[in-house]
Design a binder for this molecule. Structure first.
Ligand code: MTE
Length: 390
């Protein structure tokens, strides 16, 4: 004490010289001091990195939009960078005018821009039985929020003259080697689904489906077919491999439940969160994300004592349907042990379950749609760890 802060007392070198010229980086990059904030894979999770997942670093992100370079990645057979001039979208099946669109054709059609979240159905999959992974990046990082730009499916289906009486389902097919195909029901397709070429104000990134992906708001990520090349209109579910043998819910009685694709309300505190350390006691802004596949987030409650008492968090505007919602709440840490939790309630009245409620209904050996309340235990030394409570 008494010497003062050298960073105040001494003029730093960057205040005494010219900076870099404009367009030094023609495409802007994050500061080199932010190099720790990257997508990460979980060691040993998959046999090959072509059929793997890279998790978003939720612990270091703000607001409700995921920077394009931090969007999580989930591929079944690797990602491809397709020449848009060679990409086509075909619409066939129960339509009067089967169509083949070029990207130029699609970009002439009436467009919309919408903010939505995408979450893999397998997000939090490793946590069904016990607290398994250390950080929010791994517990919840198969989640991103973006502003998508593209053409509503209702516009395309009308353009192709779909059979309004017979059409019940769509088959969406990707152009990568995984033959990713999913059934979408026609009500959902005509409601708010779209084919998107834009994300966060620029073209999609190749890892996320460039030049065209399906956006099915509220529905699990696997239905958001990337590198979308075909939509077939049909009158029955297609029962593809990715909906009959994968992405099904193993129930406690050993039966598999199919086509449970809509995300129920879920939330997580992103800071402070597992692997971080509180430095001193005193004030902290506790911040997190909440989302639901039905309607919008109505309220988020936060507990600092493992669910005994709950306090209503501030929801930051905008609160949009089927989009991430940011919440914040003031907390004064007294320095003792604490357990931080958040609980989301959506506009349908659905309340995010505790682990014991979820396991009562769904068992503990499932993979998909784990939306239980996450607990972060703060130790007396300030270290934050993943625990299962309640
Ligand atoms: N589409 C194709 N064509 N191939 C894929 O492997 N993966 C799906 C879906 N769409 C996949 C796909 C899965 S399981 C998820 S969770 C989302 O894409 C992930 O989207 P992202 O990689 O843009 O985050």
């Amino acid at each position: 004490a008494g010497d003062g802060d050298e960073h105040i007392l001494n003029l730093p070198p960057w205040s005494k010289k010219l900076g870099y010229p404009v367009a030094h980086n023609p495409y802007g990059q994050p500061s080199k001091y932010e190099s720790n904030l990257v997508r990460r894979t979980s060691p040993g999770l998959a046999a090959t990195d072509q059929a793997n997942v890279a998790f978003s670093p939720l612990q270091g992100m703000f607001g409700i939009i995921t920077a394009s370079g931090l969007h999580f990645e989930r591929h079944h057979q690797g990602w491809v960078d397709i020449d848009p001039a060679k990409h086509r979208l075909m619409i066939n099946g129960l339509v009067n005018k089967p169509r083949v669109y070029t990207m130029d054709d699609l970009m002439r059609l009436p467009s919309v821009s919408r903010i939505h979240f995408v979450e893999c159905g397998a997000n939090s999959a490793m946590e069904w039985g016990n607290a398994a992974v250390p950080t929010v990046q791994y517990t919840h990082g198969m989640l991103s929020g973006n502003e998508y730009t593209g053409v509503l499916l209702s516009t395309l289906l009308e353009d192709a003259g779909f059979d309004e009486k017979k059409a019940k389902y769509l088959l969406a097919e990707g152009a990568d080697g995984s033959s990713m195909t999913r059934t979408i029901d026609i009500e959902r397709a005509l409601d708010d689904a779209m084919v998107a070429y834009g994300s966060n104000g620029e073209m999609l990134r190749p890892e996320n489906g460039y030049p065209l992906r399906l956006v099915v708001p509220g529905v699990q990520g696997v239905s958001w077919v990337k590198w979308l090349r075909r939509l077939e209109v049909g009158d029955q579910p297609y029962a593809t491999k990715d909906e009959t043998s994968h992405y099904v819910d193993l129930m406690p009685d050993g039966m598999q439940r199919q086509y449970t694709s809509i995300h129920e309300a879920k939330s997580v505190i992103t800071t402070p969160s597992g692997g971080q350390k509180l430095l001193t006691n005193g004030y902290y802004n506790v911040s997190g994300l909440a989302w639901t596949g039905r309607g919008h987030i109505k309220r988020v409650d936060v507990s600092v004592d493992g669910g005994r008492n709950w306090h209503t968090a501030r929801l930051e505007e905008p609160v949009l349907p089927k989009a991430l919602t940011r919440f914040n709440i003031d907390w004064v840490w007294e320095g003792g042990p604490a357990i931080l939790q958040s609980r989301a309630i959506d506009s349908t009245g659905f309340v995010q379950p505790t682990y014991s409620q979820l396991r009562d209904a769904r068992g503990s050996r499932s993979i998909y749609h784990n939306n239980a309340i996450q607990s972060w235990q703060v130790a007396e030394n300030g270290e934050v760890a993943n625990v299962h409570v309640g």
